[in-house]
Design a protein around this ligand. Sequence first.
Ligand SMILES: Cc1ncc(COP(=O)(O)O)c(C=O)c1O
Length: 376
Amino acid sequence: MQSPFQELQLFITGPTYVRPEVRQAGLWPEFGHRDAENRKRFEPVMKNLMALAQAPEDYQVIIFNGSGTTAMDASIRSLVADGETVLNVSVGAFGDLYHKLAVVNGKKAVQLKFDPGSCIDTSRLKQALDEHRPAVVTLTHNETSTGVTNDIQEACELIRKSGALALVDGISIFGGAPSRISQTRCAMYSTSTQKSLGLPAGFGIAFVSPDAVAKAEKVESRGLISDILSQLPRAGKYQTLTTPNCTLANQMYMQLEYIVSHEGVEKRFARHLEMRDMVHGFVDGLEGYELFAPRENRSPTLTTVRVPEGISAARLKEIKETMRDRGYLFDPGYGKLNDALEKDGIRPVFRIGHMGDITVDMLQNYLKSLREVLPA
Ligand SMILES: Cc1ncc(COP(=O)(O)O)c(C=O)c1O
């Protein structure tokens, strides 16, 4: 059967474009997840993930069935003990998600919130650490709703000095920029397949430190799939705890071999910076449009653009349909953020995802088309 669906190039912030070779690898043979065939896929996958993360040797990688949120949920359930405080630092919707996970899991959670479009202010972080004395702190490496990348190195240093464990959400940046795990030595760094790795969704990925393992031993009611101590013995055998998506495992094998041994990790990161700079140049050339994130904290994987006076969020949704007719999926911005901005009389923002396997040429063509469609 031919695909009944429209072929669209995705310039949203995840899921992202999957290149034809990776789609093809989805046709490779299925396998038994407790059979020797499993290790042929997952041993190289896990080793390549460690290489891409540039993670220290004493970290272990876990592959969860689910998505990025599954790994974040596991970090809360495994590493925050009942009665102790978790501080959720938020610069947007995904920082709020970490807080929600703490609250719904019954943890004693306090939130340190920054205005959308801001990055973490470390002096306020220090104050919050002094005031709340948290045992655990959650951070967002790259806030997808606002296009802000936080300096997690500085933040994690403060957190470590305070004696707390840092949990980092690296979902929309991992694979497109350094994870900084070696420098931050965060307790757990969570990510997923469908963003800068250029794969379909289906696995959450986590890098866990020896400190995290020691801490989990003292936490009760960690669940089963959300328990890093249940996951790690399987991960140590290059397995998943529950039955994995074999199609995605084959694609992941292929894609990580490509990233680490063919494209090269440094080249991949450099390509993301080149694409980010291209988009900045594009926005600078548009009358009345402005980059939303602060200069020093602009994401290498997505860019947020504030529109000129007179263009509403509803108009951005119309632009999305015009771009669809041109074969592209345009991102009209994070819905809740634009609702809040418009309520306060502030101009909305749209997003351009430039992550994963999007090439400089693809991006150039997209920007050319977008320029023809965006109202002057
Ligand atoms: C920064 C960030 N955190 C968490 C999530 C949730 O990830 P998932 O949809 O893989 O569960 C997303 C998804 O967009 C994200 O961008």
